[in-house]
Design a protein around this ligand. Structure first.
Ligand code: SF4
Ligand code: SF4
Length: 443
């Protein structure tokens, strides 16, 4: 694609990088066929190609973002399905990240949008605040029908209440900072990302991960001064906040890297995609570029790491698993086989979900900020999973677990059906098959 940037604009390294990306797009439109928002809305401006045009126009003009650009970029899930499809290798992720940062810097959002986005950005990345918010949402849940009728933010707040758990989860006894020694002969040493929302909503995921790794002879460290990886605010265009959160995490891990680490293990693929991109995020920062690149090179999804180890099941469950590959797993990190290979090695029958490349509509905070489109994608995903009649759904991202779980609740209500399928993290099935706890959702 031809571009028309001024020399002054190209003096900015971020603009230079975006111009390079724009020039690789050949307008072929193959990406539209796999873009969830285009499939649902049928508007070219809600397709990758349409958004690329809008972003190009915005950057070339050097002007503030317009309402039109913001509307269509906000509707993008950042699912990155377009990157998997694109034959020209257009790095849409870096382009849309830059566009979001430009929008936040130049566009004056209406007050209610600012309020909602501010609320999410200031609650979710902080476990103590998030736990308090969950407590409030449990109390407010009976008011959901009234909340949904509010003329402003009713749908968004209703979506938040629908996604929140019905009770405040118990705190884990395995929270960091901590060191969990390997059992038997030590084969490795890894750091595990505790995460921010995940240990509050589903502490059983980190617990299962620690049990599995230590049982396999791997020492697990939960470093001091860990925090959120910055992915959540990064996708909202809050560049400064996301870099600050990422830098804090890089510092925490660097201390452990200096003592010898084989990998940094991540159990939320949304976080994994961002952490593997730290090298790019900090490429122009002399203080962090090398440390960030090192962290990115060590980052591994738990299933990537497990696929390198010997796994012998102690239990044959005979269960049929519908494996839902999160977008951040298959499109963001290009991990497609490892989770299924691990599950199969442990005796599970694994089935692929029809239309598996299409997002479930979770996408970080998307299901709260864009509840209508997200709800349509959720229904589409659960319908596709139900066609497999699985015993359980496994996935590697907490957002998808909540989203698909809600999808099955809605499906039960709308179809008055008894069919509900438990949704768990892949590592919980691995832990169970290796002699650990049966996931509570399986009864
Ligand atoms: S598939 Fe790639 S090259 Fe073709 S329009 Fe989409 S982004 Fe551009
Ligand atoms: S990231 Fe997903 S929603 Fe956004 S343009 Fe690409 S395919 Fe469409």
């Amino acid at each position: 694609m031809q571009t028309n940037f001024s020399l002054a604009a190209l003096a900015d390294p971020a603009m230079q990088a975006s111009e390079k990306i724009l020039r690789t797009c050949v307008h072929c439109g193959f990406c539209t066929a796999t873009c969830p928002t285009y499939l649902e809305l049928g508007d070219e401006l809600d397709s990758p190609r349409g958004r690329i045009y809008l972003i190009k126009k915005m950057f070339e003009s050097g002007e503030a973002a317009t309402k039109e650009v913001v509307t269509h970029v906000d509707r993008c899930l950042s699912c990155l399905s377009c990157m998997t499809t694109c034959p020209s290798g257009v790095h849409y992720m870096h382009l849309v990240d830059h566009a979001r940062a430009h929008i936040e810097a130049t566009y004056k959002r209406p007050f209610h949008q600012k309020l909602m986005r501010g609320l999410l950005a200031n609650l979710l990345p902080y476990p103590k605040r998030f736990r308090a918010a969950i407590f409030a949402s449990v109390l407010a849940r009976p008011l959901k029908p009234l909340v949904e009728k509010l003329p402003v933010l009713g749908k968004q707040l209703g979506a938040m209440l629908a996604l929140a758990p019905k009770a405040v989860p118990n705190r884990s006894s395995m929270e960091g900072p901590a060191n969990f020694p390997a059992k038997g002969a030590k084969k490795g040493r890894v750091a595990l990302l505790s995460g921010c929302a995940q240990p509050v909503l589903a502490p059983e995921i980190n617990e299962a991960t620690i049990r599995v790794l230590t049982r396999l002879g791997v020492e697990v460290v939960l470093p001091k001064n860990e925090g959120c990886c910055g992915a959540l605010v990064h996708h909202m265009g809050h560049e400064k906040a996301s870099h600050a959160q990422a830098a804090k995490l890089i510092d925490a891990w660097t201390v452990e890297i200096e003592q010898g680490l084989d990998a940094i293990i991540i159990t939320a693929s949304g976080c994994g995609t961002t952490i593997k991109d730290y090298g790019f995020m900090f490429r122009d920062d002399p203080a962090y570029a090398a440390k960030a690149a090192k962290v990115s090179s060590l980052a591994k999804d738990i299933t990537e790491y497990l696929a390198t180890l010997d796994l012998t099941p102690t239990l044959q469950t005979g269960m049929t698993v519908a494996y839902h590959s999160a977008c951040s797993m298959q499109h963001g990190q290009k991990i497609t086989d490892a989770p299924k290979t691990v599950l199969k090695a442990l005796g599970f029958k694994v089935k692929d979900v029809p239309e598996g490349h299409i997002c479930c509509g979770s996408a970080g905070t998307y299901n709260m900020l864009q509840p209508e489109i997200s709800g349509r994608l959720r229904a589409r995903k659960t319908k596709n999973i139900a066609r497999l009649s699985p015993d359980v759904v496994a996935t590697g991202n907490l957002g998808c677990i909540s989203q698909i779980g809600l999808g099955f609740e809605e499906r039960q209500l709308s179809l008055k059906s008894q069919q509900s399928v438990p949704v768990v993290h892949t590592i919980q099935l691995v832990d169970w098959a290796l002699g650990g706890e049966k996931p509570a959702k399986l009864g």
